[in-house]
Design a protein around this ligand. Structure first.
Ligand SMILES: Cc1cc2nc3c(=O)[nH]c(=O)nc-3n(C[C@H](O)[C@H](O)[C@H](O)COP(=O)(O)O)c2cc1C
Length: 212
């Protein structure tokens, strides 16, 4: 094995190593508003499910070169509300447009071609083209580090989920959904039908031994 003690390397190595090897990452297309109702949309692949009681998800806007916060984070800290829209392969171009760090007040909704639909419990709109839209309320922002490359873990409670009908199964399960995922560098993965099922390990023999 090659060993990387990350404190002995630059930020570039940490970025390439973590984002190139922790893959694939589904993309959270996050819809927010500022205090005056100005809308914003941006993708984040540092994104995961947390718990289910309450149902929570986390994503990470990373700070810029000057340690500056992205608009998505500033909006969420102000309004505490957002929508996470999951992204399918057919949404790739619109999603990518919203990932540009444009100067000033770019209308990323208009540029993306995505259509806004009103949410039920939060002010930011949902993306109509997304098959899974999660209305979230901020639980905590956990800052980690400071300066360039430091992160804020945004943890939110999922209040309302809008799920396309074909993804809702009769037995109470959901999916599978063909999500677009981020790999390292400029690479993406479209999940397609490349899935397989596997049961969890059988622990019954250990349980009966305990009972002896
Ligand atoms: C597929 C994809 C995934 C991204 N994931 C992240 C991420 O996890 N964290 C992050 O800080 N930026 C990420 N970005 C970059 C942000 O989307 C980009 O900085 C965006 O302009 C932020 O917008 P905002 O300033 O309006 O919030 C990603 C971009 C793309 C295209």
């Amino acid at each position: 094995m090659k060993v990387f003690v990350l404190s002995e390397h630059g930020l570039g190595t940490a970025y390439e190593l973590l984002s190139g090897l922790i893959v694939p990452r589904p993309i959270a297309l996050v819809s927010t508003q500022d205090a005056d109702g100005r809308t914003n949309l941006a993708p984040f692949s540092y994104f995961m499910i947390g718990g289910i009681n309450p149902p929570s998800v986390a994503f990470c806007p990373v700070r810029g070169r000057e340690g500056d916060k992205k608009e998505t984070l500033r909006n969420i800290e102000t309004t505490r509300q957002y929508v996470i829209n999951l992204v399918t392969p057919d949404m790739v171009e619109g999603m990518n447009v919203t990932g540009g760090d444009y100067p000033g007040d770019a209308d990323k909704w208009a540029m993306s071609g995505f259509s806004p639909v009103p949410s039920l419990q939060v002010a930011p709109a949902r993306v109509a083209q997304s098959p899974v839209q999660l209305e979230c309320e901020l639980m905590a922002v956990v800052p980690h580090g400071d300066g360039p490359g430091s992160a804020d873990y945004v943890i939110g409670e999922v209040k309302v989920a809008h799920v396309r009908e074909d993804l809702v199964n009769e037995n109470g399960t959901f999916g599978p959904v063909d999500l677009l995922s981020r790999l390292g560098q400029r690479d993406y993965l479209a999940m397609g039908s490349g899935t397989f099922a596997m049961a969890r390990p059988d622990i019954s023999q250990f349980l009966s031994r305990d009972a002896d």
